[in-house]
Design a protein around this ligand. Structure first.
Ligand SMILES: Cc1ncc(COP(=O)(O)O)c(C=O)c1O
Length: 371
């Protein structure tokens, strides 16, 4: 049986009529950008994320860029982040003219290791961007304590982990600004590109709203140089149809992960286990296998039509475009090792137990062939 990594058509099927009706309404009003659908979505998103302000934007990447702009981060500044992430995290730092400083990950959580952050702080450091990778929160309490001690800003890259928690606190609004992505594969997804910034700070919210509109403060009056970071009405409206289901989607991902944890327990692979008190939302179910076996297992999954992903095969400090940083091979060993071992399995909310059994049987079959 083929098992796909994601089934968006099935996810949208029960909502399709409502989504079509909404599209027709927007077509009829011709209010295509921002407007009431956006402000309604922003109010509901802020409530769902347990934070004061949510500002819809054009993508998760633009949310990061706009956040750094709102905090006045620019050429000559350094921003500490994880190298084990999607390119947008490091790319956004460089695109505002600042310098990314990559700090190695914790080998178990694969999130930035707070114990290594202080050694990377210089007089030019202005911010830390923890990435909540694959649905698991980074250690925000430790990161916020370091930021406070050194007077740094914290921008959470929460593109992958909307709804995740540390204790009773939802991540995304634990730092100065949290950045969400609604790219179609995300836990809460648009029918195209969209994102949002979250903040509890009224002044930052006001600046973010202005930066979204080219730094405009009143019509055609520009206090800042911002950009076109606007979200479309259609994305806002469709996202707001799906938003109430986010807790159900995330709970389904967690129960799929629990089934994998039972069924794969006896194999020589490392399974993702959240630290005590952390609520993982399993944007990806990412296992770690011996690096000399990953190519073989990938080929075996392909041959058996099991969807998978390798997120991410090259950490950011080893990307050609960041060679100027001189963080060469061997400098961030845990990130480099993770990149060679990770393998993400299907975990989407509509996955059935029969499909999980199929994935696990194919993996077990691979290991049986190895002995
Ligand atoms: C960790 C991380 N940061 C940032 C982004 C950028 O989001 P977007 O693709 O919406 O621009 C993504 C999305 O892929 C991501 O996974």
């Amino acid at each position: 049986m083929a098992v796909s990594i994601l089934d968006l058509s099935a996810l949208h099927e029960p909502l399709a009529n409502q989504m079509r009706e909404t599209f027709n309404n927007i077509l009829a009003t011709s209010q295509f950008v921002l407007g009431k659908y956006t402000s309604d979505f922003e109010a509901d998103l802020a409530k769902a994320c347990e934070c004061k302000h949510a500002i819809g934007v054009s993508s998760g990447t633009d949310a990061l860029i706009m956040s750094l702009m709102a905090l006045d981060i620019k050429a000559g500044d350094q921003v500490i982040t994880s190298p084990f992430t999607f390119f947008a995290t490091g790319g956004s730092i460089a695109r505002v003219g600042a310098t990314p400083v990559f700090v190695d990950i914790d080998p178990v959580t694969m999130n930035i290791d707070p114990n290594q952050i202080e050694a990377a702080i210089t007089p030019n450091t202005k911010a830390i961007i923890p990435v909540h990778i694959f649905g698991l929160p980074a250690d925000m309490h430790a990161i916020n304590a370091i930021a406070q001690k050194h007077g740094l800003h914290v921008v959470e890259d929460n593109a992958q982990s909307v709804g995740a928690r540390i204790g009773d606190k939802q991540i995304g609004s634990m730092g100065d600004i949290g950045c969400l992505s609604f790219y179609p594969t995300k836990n809460l997804s648009a029918c195209g590109d969209a994102g949002a910034c979250l903040t509890n700070d009224d002044k930052l919210a006001e600046k973010l709203l202005s930066l979204r509109l080219h730094g405009q403060t009143s019509q055609y009056q520009h206090k800042f140089i911002g950009g076109n970071f606007r979200i479309d009405a259609l994305h806002s409206a469709l996202l707001n149809i799906k938003l109430p289901y986010l807790p159900t989607y995330n709970a389904a991902r967690r129960s799929n992960a629990a089934l994998y944890a039972q069924k794969l327990a006896d194999l020589p692979i490392n399974l993702p286990l959240p630290p005590e008190g952390y609520t993982h939302v399993y944007h990806q179910y990412t296992i770690r296998v011996a690096q000399e076996q990953r190519d073989g297992l990938v080929a075996h999954l392909k041959a058996n039509q099991i969807g998978f992903g390798v997120f991410y095969p090259t950490p950011l400090h080893l990307q050609e475009c960041f060679a100027y940083l001189n963080q060469s091979q061997g400098t961030l060993p845990h990130s480099e090792k993770a990149a060679k071992q990770v393998l993400s399995l299907p975990v989407h909310p509509l996955l059935t137990e029969a499909e999980i059994d199929e994935v696990c049987d194919v993996i077990k079959d691979f290991y049986t062939q190895q002995v």
